[in-house]
Write a protein that binds this ligand. Structure first.
Ligand SMILES: NC(=O)c1ccc[n+]([C@@H]2O[C@H](COP(=O)([O-])OP(=O)(O)OC[C@H]3O[C@@H](n4cnc5c(N)ncnc54)[C@H](OP(=O)(O)O)[C@@H]3O)[C@@H](O)[C@H]2O)c1
Length: 430
C-alpha cells in the first residue's frame, strides 16, 4: 500500500476551504485514481478563531504559514493566500527550497515571478502545479501541456475574468450602464469592493501571461501584456454591437506574429458566430487554435470554491500519481524569451463610435481622416437626426493597422464637431 500524500494548506478562504472539502468528500474517488490517499496534515490562515465552512478541528494548525511550509512531514504545500509578493511568495519559495512540491492558484504571484519560481522548482526536482490560476475549473493548462502538446499553437484566447463577463452580460441583458451593473455585482459578491484588478483587466492579464507561456513555450512576460479594461464600455456600444452582429467581451488573446509575441487583454467585438460570444455571466472560456487540431473551446466556471478546488485537486492527483511534468509544459530553462509585439502593429478590423454635432460637412471631415490613413470603412451607421445636437455615428473598418487607426482617431477627436473622445473597440475573428 502506497504512503498517503501529505499536504499542507496555506490559506483557508474560498479556495482553501473548498479544497479541503473536496479532498474529504471525494477521498474515495481520489484514492481509486491514484492508488494513494491525499491527507491534509497541516493548515494555516490568518485568524484561527474565524468561523469557516469546514471543520478543521483535529488538523494541526500553524499560525505562521511560512514556518508550516518548512515543517517536517509534508510532501506538498498548497498556497491559497494570494498576492504577488509577501507571505504567499515566501510560502512558495520556502516550500520549494525545502524540496516540497507546490500547488497554487495564485496568478498574480506567477505572472510576476513565474520564471524564477519554475527554475527553483526544477532545481529541487519537485512539481509546480498552477492549473487553478488560469480560468478556475477549466483544465486548460493540462489540455495544452498534454492533449495538445503535438500541435503548434497558432493562438490562444479566452474570457478569463468572470466579473467583467458578468458586468458586460448584464449590461446587454438589461440595457443599464457600467456603473449601475458594477454596483449590483458588488452587492451580489461577484465584484470586489475595489474592483480595479478585475474591471481594469489586470486579473485577466495575469492569467493570459501564464496561458501564453504554456501555449507557446515562452517565458512568462506579464510586462509584455497590453491591458485595457471595460470601464469605458457604454450601454450604447453594447446596443450597437448587437445591431452589427457582435457581442462585446473582455478577451485575452496571445499569438506569435512576425513582430513578436502578441499578448493583449481588451474589450473585443466578438462575432455572434463565435463560441466565445455565447459565454455569459460569470462563466469563462478558452479557445485554442492548433495547427493540426484546429479550433477548440473549453467553457466552464472560472472561479468559486468548488470549481477552483477541482483544479487544485487535479494538480494534487498528478503529484500523488507521480506524474511530474513541468508546470509550464517544458523545463524552465527551455522556455524561450520572445520580444513582445508592439500594439501599434496589431492588424484587424475596428468598431468606432463618435459623438458628433449633427451639422453639414461633419461626415466628410471624418471620412477624409480615414482616407488619409488608408483606413477603409466597411459599415457606417447614423441613427436618428437631431440638427445642431450631438448624435452617435458608428462605423466598422476593414482590416487595418492599429497605428493608422490611432492617427486617424487622433485627428477626428480634434475636430470641433466631435464632442467626446472616440470610442474604439477592436473586432476579433474568433
Ligand atoms: N476565489 C476564487 O474563485 C479564485 C479562483 C481562482 C484563483 N484564486 C486565487 O486563489 C487564491 C486564494 O483566493 P481566495 O479567493 O480563496 O482568497 P480568500 O478567500 O481571501 O482567502 C485567503 C486566505 O488566506 C489567508 N491569509 C491571508 N493573509 C494571510 C497571512 N498573512 N497569513 C496566513 N494566512 C493568510 C486568509 O486567512 P483568514 O481566513 O484567517 O482571513 C484566508 O484564509 C488567490 O491567489 C486567488 O487569486 C481564487
Amino acid at each position: 500500500m502506497s504512503q498517503p500524500l501529505k499536504v499542507a494548506i496555506a490559506g483557508l478562504g474560498t479556495v482553501g476551504a473548498g479544497t479541503v472539502a473536496l479532498l474529504r468528500r471525494n477521498a474515495g474517488q481520489i484514492e481509486h485514481h491514484t492508488g494513494r490517499k491525499i491527507e491534509v496534515v497541516a493548515v494555516s490562515a490568518r485568524d484561527r478563531a474565524r468561523s469557516r465552512t469546514i471543520d478543521i478541528n483535529g488538523v494541526p494548525w500553524h499560525d505562521d504559514p511560512v514556518a508550516m511550509a518548512g515543517a517536517p512531514g509534508i510532501d506538498v504545500v498548497v498556497e491559497l493566500i494570494g498576492g504577488s509578493d509577501g507571505v504567499a511568495r515566501q510560502v512558495v519559495t520556502t516550500a520549494l527550497e525545502r524540496g516540497r512540491h507546490v500547488v497554487t492558484a495564485n496568478k498574480a504571484l506567477l505572472a510576476h515571478h513565474g520564471n524564477e519560481i519554475a527554475h527553483l522548482a526544477e532545481s529541487k526536482k519537485v512539481s509546480l502545479g498552477f492549473e487553478a490560476a488560469v480560468a478556475g475549473g477549466i483544465p486548460i493548462l493540462k489540455a495544452l501541456r498534454e492533449g495538445l502538446a503535438a500541435n503548434h499553437v497558432l493562438r490562444v484566447c479566452g474570457i478569463l475574468n468572470g466579473t467583467c463577463n458578468y458586468i458586460l452580460s448584464q449590461m446587454r441583458e438589461t440595457g443599464r450602464d457600467f456603473a449601475a451593473v458594477l454596483k449590483e455585482a458588488q452587492a451580489l459578491g461577484y465584484a470586489e469592493a475595489d474592483p480595479s484588478f478585475d474591471v481594469d483587466g489586470i486579473d485577466a492579464a495575469h492569467k493570459l501571461a501564464l496561458l501564453a507561456s504554456v501555449a507557446f513555450g515562452s517565458q512568462v512576460d506579464f510586462a509584455g501584456v497590453y491591458v485595457e479594461g471595460i470601464r469605458h464600455i457604454t450601454a450604447l456600444d453594447i446596443a450597437f454591437a448587437q445591431d452589427l452582429g457582435y457581442r462585446i467581451k473582455l478577451v485575452g488573446l496571445a499569438r506569435p506574429t512576425e513582430h513578436g509575441l502578441e499578448q493583449r487583454v481588451h474589450p473585443c467585438m466578438v462575432p455572434l458566430s463565435a463560441p466565445l460570444a455565447h459565454v455569459e455571466n460569470v462563466f469563462n472560456a478558452v479557445m485554442v487554435e492548433g495547427d493540426f487540431v484546429g479550433r477548440l473551446t473549453l467553457e466552464g466556471r472560472g472561479a468559486g470554491a468548488d470549481p477552483t478546488a477541482s483544479a487544485v485537486a487535479a494538480d494534487l492527483l498528478d503529484i500523488a500519481a507521480g506524474r511530474g511534468a513541468p508546470g509550464f509544459g517544458v523545463p524552465a530553462s527551455s522556455l524561450k524569451s520572445r520580444p513582445s509585439a508592439p500594439m501599434a502593429r496589431r492588424s484587424g478590423a475596428y468598431y468606432v463610435r463618435l459623438m458628433v454635432v449633427d451639422r453639414p460637412g461633419v461626415i466628410a471631415d471624418i471620412t477624409a481622416a480615414f482616407r488619409d490613413e488608408a483606413v477603409s470603412m466597411e459599415q457606417f451607421l447614423q441613427r436618428g437626426r437631431s440638427p445642431g445636437e450631438a448624435v452617435p455615428v458608428v462605423l466598422t473598418t476593414h482590416d487595418t493597422v492599429e497605428a493608422s487607426m490611432v492617427r486617424a482617431l487622433g485627428r477626428i477627436g480634434g475636430l470641433d464637431t466631435v464632442v467626446e473622445p472616440p470610442c474604439m473597440i477592436r473586432v476579433e475573428n474568433l
